[in-house]
Design a protein around this ligand. Structure first.
Ligand code: CLR
Length: 389
């Protein structure tokens, strides 16, 4: 946060340095040697990174938390579902044009985001390295909701594109309404890794289930299609437990979505709205949203409060965001080597790694494999944390 003229401190709205030009590098130049390999095992040149850890990138699910707060205030369950659907769609909206690769979190790395103004706090941890699994837990400060889950991104390299399947269940609990909603995120595909401009597509069916009422919201993220007509389009509906359709939902995950009654939808099919273009600033800042821009900021008073494993303390990401790509690249190598050395030490002592803030379990509502928050992070007793930087 930067003190402004009247002495009040505000969160930053830009990064310290603009991004590096990727024009002199071709992704394909590196990837052609790697066909058939698992993407997590490939060391990509750092110019293809963005200065955030994957833990910070998934924290962007929280950018539109006001939608959950709004949902808590509504007495009608179909209306609540509309807001939850808007939250689930908006949670992946910041992916638009974000073709930079976040840093792989080190095992044991954490990220805390406390946002008093938005009324929530979140903690995430890298709980497994191979396969990479990130677990997160968010609670509202007024105990209205909790939002938690684990993400196990399965990446496939198809030659022309990289496909990411964000395996893992999202669970949202609204305490006042005694409700739990679960869903999984759509697939994500990065196109043109061989030639041309990288761009991101999200597609697949997302089913949000309200486990208390049996209401369901079925959303179809459409693949772009032959002529790009369906690009970024989302369509779906909300039904109750007797399968009666209550609302039609349509729009684009990059722009806006509408929810209207099925009758009305039939009459004025697909009113389309176009919204403004990209600003130059965002282009130069890895296409970060304003929210993303604030995630790696070391706010005054944070040092000594956030855990020593917090992403903000990673020297490689810090160097990259400051525009020092050589240091970033050296530090990244050092950290990865340190992680490998720690792993060898554990193997020698036949010691198993165990996550600090989460434990393996099953989702209460769906039974799917999940990572459950053990609690206690915000007591801030960090004594037995690993030294990963
Ligand atoms: C998309 C939203 C999902 C969770 C998720 C999982 C994997 C992420 C993906 C998101 C966004 C795109 C992503 C991907 C892993 C690798 C890929 C960051 C956050 C990047 C863009 C790949 C870059 C590699 C090219 C330079 C070749 O809910």
């Amino acid at each position: 946060k930067v003190p402004s003229e009247n002495g009040v401190w505000e969160r930053r709205t830009t990064l310290p340095a603009p991004m590096f030009s990727r024009n002199d590098f071709s992704v394909w130049g590196f990837l052609k040697k790697c066909i058939g390999m698992e993407l997590s095992k490939i060391t990509m040149p750092i110019v293809f990174n963005e200065p955030l850890s994957f833990l910070q990138r998934i924290t962007e699910y929280m950018e539109h938390t006001y939608l959950i707060h709004k949902a808590c205030t509504l007495s009608d369950s179909i209306e609540r579902m509309q807001l939850v659907a808007a939250f689930a769609i908006s949670a992946v909206a910041s992916q638009w044009d974000r073709t930079g690769k976040p840093f792989n979190p080190l095992l044991g790395e954490t990220f805390e985001l406390t946002r008093d103004e938005e009324g929530y706090r979140m903690i995430s941890e890298q709980v497994s390295h191979h396969p990479p699994i990130s677990a997160f837990y968010t609670e509202s400060l007024n105990q209205d909701f909790s939002f938690h889950g684990s993400i196990y991104p399965k990446l496939k390299f198809w030659g022309k594109s990289v496909e990411a399947e964000p395996k893992g269940t999202m669970t949202l609990e609204l305490s006042k309404h005694r409700e739990a909603y679960t869903w999984t995120n759509p697939m994500c595909c990065v196109h043109n890794v061989i030639l041309g401009k990288l761009w991101i597509e999200q597609y697949g069916t997302v089913e949000i289930v309200n486990h208390s009422t049996g209401d369901k919201c079925v959303l179809n993220f459409k693949p772009c299609g032959m002529f790009g007509k369906e690009l970024h389009r989302v369509e779906g509906h909300i039904q109750d437990k007797s399968k009666k359709k209550h609302q039609v939902i349509y729009g684009k995950w990059t722009e806006c979505v509408y929810s209207i009654e099925p009758k009305v939808y039939e009459v004025n099919k697909k009113a389309e709205k176009k919204s403004g273009g990209d600003s130059k600033k965002h282009k130069q800042m890895y296409n970060f949203t304003n929210f993303a821009m604030t995630l790696n900021e070391l706010e005054p008073g944070m040092i000594g409060v956030i855990a020593p494993t917090d992403c903000r303390l990673r020297p490689d990401i810090r160097a990259m965001e400051n525009g020092d790509i050589d240091t970033a690249s050296q530090e990244k190598e050092r950290l990865e080597e340190k992680q490998r050395a720690a792993r060898r030490e554990r193997a020698k002592d036949e010691e198993e790694w165990s996550a600090r803030w989460f434990q393996q379990g099953n989702n209460r509502y769906t039974g799917a494999a999940d990572w459950i928050y053990k609690g206690g992070y915000f007591d801030r007793r960090y004594s037995d944390l690993p030294d990963i930087y």
